[in-house]
Write a protein that binds this ligand. Sequence first.
Ligand SMILES: Nc1nc2c(ncn2[C@@H]2O[C@H](COP(=O)(O)OP(=O)(O)O)[C@@H](O)[C@H]2O)c(=O)[nH]1
Ligand SMILES: [Mg+2]
Length: 481
Amino acid sequence: MSIFSELAFEAGVVARSLADYLSGGALRLGVTGLSRAGKTVFITALVDNLVNGGRLPVLRAAAEGRIARVHLEPQPDDAVARFPYEEHQAAMAGPARRWPASTRRVSQLRVTIEFERASAWGGARAQSLHLDIVDYPGEWLLDLALIDKSYADWSRETIEAARARARAPLAADWNGWLAGLDPNAPAEEATALTAAELFTAYLRQARDATYALSTLPPGRFLMPGDLEGSPALTFAPLPLDDGAEIAPGSLAAMMARRYEAYKTHVARPFFRDHFARLDRQIVLVDLLAALNSGPGALADLETALDGVMQAFRAGRASRLGAIFRPRIDRILFAATKADHLHHADHDRLEAALKLMTSRAIARAEGVGAEIDVVALAAVRATREAEIRHGGEILPAIVGTPEAGERIDGQAFDGIAEAAVFPGRLPDDPAAALAGEALALPEADNAWRFLRFRPPLTKRGAPPPHIRLDRALQFLIGDRLT
Ligand SMILES: Nc1nc2c(ncn2[C@@H]2O[C@H](COP(=O)(O)OP(=O)(O)O)[C@@H](O)[C@H]2O)c(=O)[nH]1
Ligand SMILES: [Mg+2]
């Protein structure tokens, strides 16, 4: 793509942000995270708490009683799917108490917050803030790393990563197939399809909950949105000799062309239409799943966070950044599902995420935005209890395990409650990230994959949460003063 067309599309971005600016207080909040990190639950709970007067004491405007009314409005972007808040909220709060169905594309929702100014300065002037919440898969963010990368470099890195200890067994089929392949053979659609299928199967397996490995780009291979089956998604890395020319008409040439098409038709438009227009960003991280899964998953998650940090930095450092000043000025990293731990461990979870992100920030050589870290539960599905166990009093959490979940060979029916001992995180965050096992009172690890149903709530009342208000204060609090 030439500088000229880049200028043209960046100018479009600037024009739109000016329109946002002129319309008064609008703030675009990006909510991202890898698949199953908790984006849908987070947005649903956030909106529910704002609209239905949830308890948000750390959000200053709420504590000071300055929030007059919060309501949903039609979103300004006609071409983007609306986040189906009502459906998700009903699934969790209704009699079925089901977690919302997973989503696979960008969606957006506008919440308008009417509030009173904090200072009596201009009188108690009523104001409104249009909060545009944009839900997008974190996998797509990792694609930004591809924009400046050649097909050959990407191939080499991706094949190398697949040989790492944690991934090699999952990539065995694909690697085996690659071994017998000549990248310079004539291009055949059937070969490209097989390559893409085997490569995607490997990515999918790595993401599976049992391994909880983080995804590698291209992000659309697992989250294709509307592009499923298109040539722009039908490619895979090939082992290319260092510095060797790619022969015209070869399989490698076809793959390289599709890789470029992916960048042009997928990665760049996402950056232009969504990412570059965000003002604030929350990155949800299922750190608990990685801690439970072990050192391989932790190392992998850290690599993914590195990729995310590079994306935040890319806009600033690159040519694009010189033309268009990125707007994201606050980024919150949030460890989700903290309700699986006793409250004594919330700070430890937060410290572990803080350490992990600070290492990633150091590698990204700065990100250029204010950053904070929190451990939260958008929906608190458990409560705490103390349980006598062999003469000891142990902190436990109590919730309704999902039907079919098992512990100690006992299967749950989705109705009965159960008390489980959550593992304890080590005091030292470095030890936690090194994969030191959660210290359990017993050797039974079954709880680790125990999923609870959403909590029982009073009709119309938002579900309880942990530190959701702290997240909100950091993300939008300054715009409600
Ligand atoms: N206990 C608990 N579970 C959660 C919470 N947030 C997400 N989950 C679980 O994680 C799953 C994935 O969450 P979801 O929001 O769909 O993830 P997404 O793929 O990032 O949108 C849900 O189905 C829940 O089982 C939370 O705050 N507490
Ligand atoms: Mg989702």
